[in-house]
Design a protein around this ligand. Sequence first.
Ligand SMILES: Nc1ncnc2c1ncn2[C@@H]1O[C@H](COP(=O)(O)OP(=O)(O)O)[C@@H](O)[C@H]1O
Ligand SMILES: Nc1ncnc2c1ncn2[C@H]1C[C@H](O)[C@@H](COP(=O)(O)O)O1
Length: 205
Amino acid sequence: MHIAIVGNIGAGKTTLAQKLAHHYKWALFEEVVDSNPYLKDFYDDMPRWAFHLQVFFLNSRFRQVQQIKHSEKSVVQDRTVYEDAYIFARNLHESGMMSQRDYDNYFELFRSLISMVTPPDLLIYLKADLPKLIEQIEKRNRDFENNISIQYLRSLNEQYENWINHYDLGKLLIIDVNHLDFVKNPEDLGFIVNQINLELFGLFK
Ligand SMILES: Nc1ncnc2c1ncn2[C@@H]1O[C@H](COP(=O)(O)OP(=O)(O)O)[C@@H](O)[C@H]1O
Ligand SMILES: Nc1ncnc2c1ncn2[C@H]1C[C@H](O)[C@@H](COP(=O)(O)O)O1
């Protein structure tokens, strides 16, 4: 079983992924953030580092996909390779921060790799409005995310809406997290677990 959690920056993916891995006793696959060699530079100067960062994420995410394929345990994955290409790289290109030739070059690489990627059994989209994202990014307080602009988050949310509306690679669960607090309220986590059980096993506990 492979569940992937997708959503904008600060939507709560890592928190939920950790809680689900604990609940189901499944393996957790997280993304490379703190040891990422480009992320801080990228936030200081997006046009300069966009291509480098995208190649780094593409490679690390692709390596993760290979590990998931060979995993004997069921898996919860925090963010997917689809988001790198269809959300972040596309947004950088459309907003003029990644040149046409860098984007074409990146996308050819993505196309070569994507044929080897198996989609998750269930994709969970954590849908959050800008105030919720901003509140949670501030709560997390990572230095390099301090100057993320509202416009950047807004564009990413638009890319997510568009991508999710066309997603057809497998089962999809959309969870509006605007009024959920699965950090403090066990019943909010229970609500999500119930929906997952229903999607995956046809069970409602
Ligand atoms: N539904 C929620 N309600 C309240 N706080 C949340 C919720 N989801 C996440 N948080 C908090 O918001 C911050 C960012 O969450 P995180 O899981 O790191 O987001 P993401 O991985 O999507 O970027 C963390 O401090 C986390 O504890
Ligand atoms: N493909 C990406 N391009 C740009 N930035 C990215 C990409 N993937 C992740 N990120 C950034 C966004 C956040 O600052 C960190 C961690 O993501 P999070 O949504 O907080 O888990 O990496």
